[in-house]
Design a protein. Structure first.
Length: 234
């Protein structure tokens, strides 16, 4: 299904390669070589996914990611020459859905874009069915509306965070390994790492802890499970 994708990168060659690869898949692509142009495109409100370089001439991509996350759940795929693990983890901590380093394969880029969009557009075979509501203590999830609440407070989750939380809370007490969480939250589990899962879990827990709740428990050496209602996770 065609989607509108914004590609933000200061290298014209990179923009051209990404545009060509995505348009071959039927997507509509907008281009921006700096943060100012990216903000103008985003202000129109019709972007379904952002491919975002970390190093831009006027504002770094991490700052732009923060700005997007402050108002929207638009999926973000970082595309960066920074390959250190700390940079990857920081990008995901700030709300990125995936992180691909340069040089990259256009085929892998397309696969990752498909994976992120699939997480937005609907559940995987293992995910809760549309229309299902999950209630776990103070936490409620409306799968069809992609809405999460902690008591009366709405919780903004990225598609990946949403998928992982739903997978855990729909089966209270069942421990899921990082591999199982990958398969449930990601369309292509081979494109992510266990450290990526840990990063997303930390983000989910931090968002709920602001309201005095931690819905996830760590099972050391195995993975994660839903914390008992009313009990903080470990």
């Amino acid at each position: 299904m065609s989607r509108r994708i914004l590609v933000v990168d200061d290298e014209s060659r990179i923009r051209e390669v990404v545009q060509y690869a995505l348009e071959r898949e039927g997507h509509t692509v907008s281009l921006a070589g700096d943060g100012k142009t990216a903000r103008e495109v985003l202000a129109r409100g019709d972007v379904d996914l952002v491919v975002l370089d970390v190093m831009l001439p006027d504002v770094d991509g991490l700052t732009l990611c923060r700005e997007i996350r402050a108002t929207a759940r638009t999926p973000i795929l970082f595309l960066s020459a920074r390959s250190d693990e700390i940079d990857r983890v920081l990008g995901l901590e700030l709300g990125g859905d995936d992180y691909l380093t340069k040089p990259f394969s256009p085929r892998e880029l397309v696969a990752r874009v498909k994976a992120v969009l699939r997480r937005v557009e609907g559940p995987t075979a293992d995910a809760p069915a549309p229309g299902k509501r999950i209630q776990h203590g103070a936490v409620s999830i409306d799968v069809e509306r992609h809405e999460v609440r902690c008591g009366e407070h709405p919780i903004e989750l990225t598609p990946t965070e949403f998928g992982m939380l739903a997978a855990l809370l729909e089966r209270p007490g069942v421990v899921l390994s990082r591999g199982q969480l990958m398969r449930r939250a990601y369309a292509y589990d081979n494109l992510v790492t266990e450290r990526t899962i840990d990063t997303h879990v930390r983000r989910v827990r931090a968002k709920f802890r602001e309201h005095g709740v931690d819905p996830i428990s760590t099972v050391h050496g195995i993975g994660y499970k839903a914390a008992p209602p009313g009990v903080a996770g470990a």
